[in-house]
Write a protein that binds this ligand. Sequence first.
Ligand code: GTP
Ligand code: MG
Length: 136
Amino acid sequence: TARTLVLLKPDAVRRGLIGEIIGRIERKAGWTISALELRTLDHDTLEQHYGEHKGKPFYEPLVEFMASGPVVALVVEGERVIEGLRALAGPTDPIAAAPGSIRGDYGVIVRENLIHASDSEESAERELKIFFPGRF
Ligand code: GTP
Ligand code: MG
């Protein structure tokens, strides 16, 4: 079975949406949460995580935002979780995201789009090692 790294971003935590978002994940049949932690990320961790975006105009404000308060990091395992979590989240721009998706239901601003989910098996394995070293 597949596994993926999910982050509930600082806006989701500040707005009290942890339960709402985790509830949507839990209600998907056959998916399991196998790690879960509330944590404030440092710049070093974020540089590893978002390294592919370094040099882009949105990179610095993205890192500032992601370090602005605690996130919830979780590992979800199960059938087709990588594509499944991307579908639950919706597209990067919340205004382009359909109602019913997490970003579509709760987001407006591209940066403050509530949730991260790994975009491929390779990304998932790389990100799991950053956030839960020694466990995955
Ligand atoms: P993540 O799950 O957070 O990686 O989002 P994503 O995979 O949907 O998007 P991507 O990896 O391309 O970008 C990472 C994050 O950078 C996004 O979630 C946004 O918060 C932010 N971002 C991406 N593109 C833009 C942009 O054009 N403008 C701004 N302001 N932020 C952006
Ligand atoms: Mg991404």
